[in-house]
Design a protein around this ligand. Sequence first.
Ligand SMILES: [Fe+2]
Length: 293
Amino acid sequence: MSTLAASPTRTLQIRPLHAALGAEVLGLDLSQPLADDDFRRIHRAHLDHHVLVFRDQRITPAQQIEFSRRFGPLQIHVLRQFQLPGHPEILVVSNIKDDQGQPIGLGDAGHYWHSDLSYKEKPSLGSMLHAQELPAEGGDTLFANMHLAWDTLPAHLKQAVQGKRAKHSYLAKYEALRARNPWRPKLTEAQIAEVAPVLHPIVRTHPETGRKALFVSEHFTTRIEGLPDDESQALLGELFAHSVKPEHLYRHVWQAHDMVFWDNRSLMHLAAGCPDHLRRRLNRTTIEGDVPF
Ligand SMILES: [Fe+2]
């Protein structure tokens, strides 16, 4: 009989987290090469659960970028000043200030419900956030399942939005955020040109699963094409309120070394915020998606 103990093998496990959305990925080390079979399972699970939480990932920024690229080309955020030095594909999301009192990252990212980069002609397929430093309290991220939001939308609202498009603008809330957080840089002409508003269908079809989803958000959607202002505002208000009903939500409470990968075509998300004096820092990559249809 051999005296050699079997080497500890880790088996990839995907465990649903919540009824509305989300699954945990266990037994996978993303610092190691990813087998094609494991990649296929992860890809499928991402489509099924919309948020994947990879626990305990000790990976470098370069490894996060490499894993992200398996899903598509990466997008570079318009606020270049918050790129991780040496890695333009990584946006630093943080409330930490350096010795000169300058923010090291985007500190108020996501304080309104949104889908990342919905203001681009090709919004994001998905985003990955890798926890670097987590506060002792607060800092949760909430996700809303926009397929459920569409499926459960009352018939009169479905009818009201069917075939309509809405405008998405990065600039819509930018000045309001700047007034609250003066460290937000004034955008240059070139940056403003890079984020010109776009129109997207209010009901989009997921390009990989064919499922329909509501695609409007409090942060970036400013109005519905072809409706008078007051009607547009009233209808958007109803859609926003319906989207974030508690039964559509999953709240992610971060654990050390979590890496979270969500589908921006299926979800909106919101940063719950944490007390100012607590440090929070995460590295984000964003994968480019398709033109919504
Ligand atoms: Fe975001």
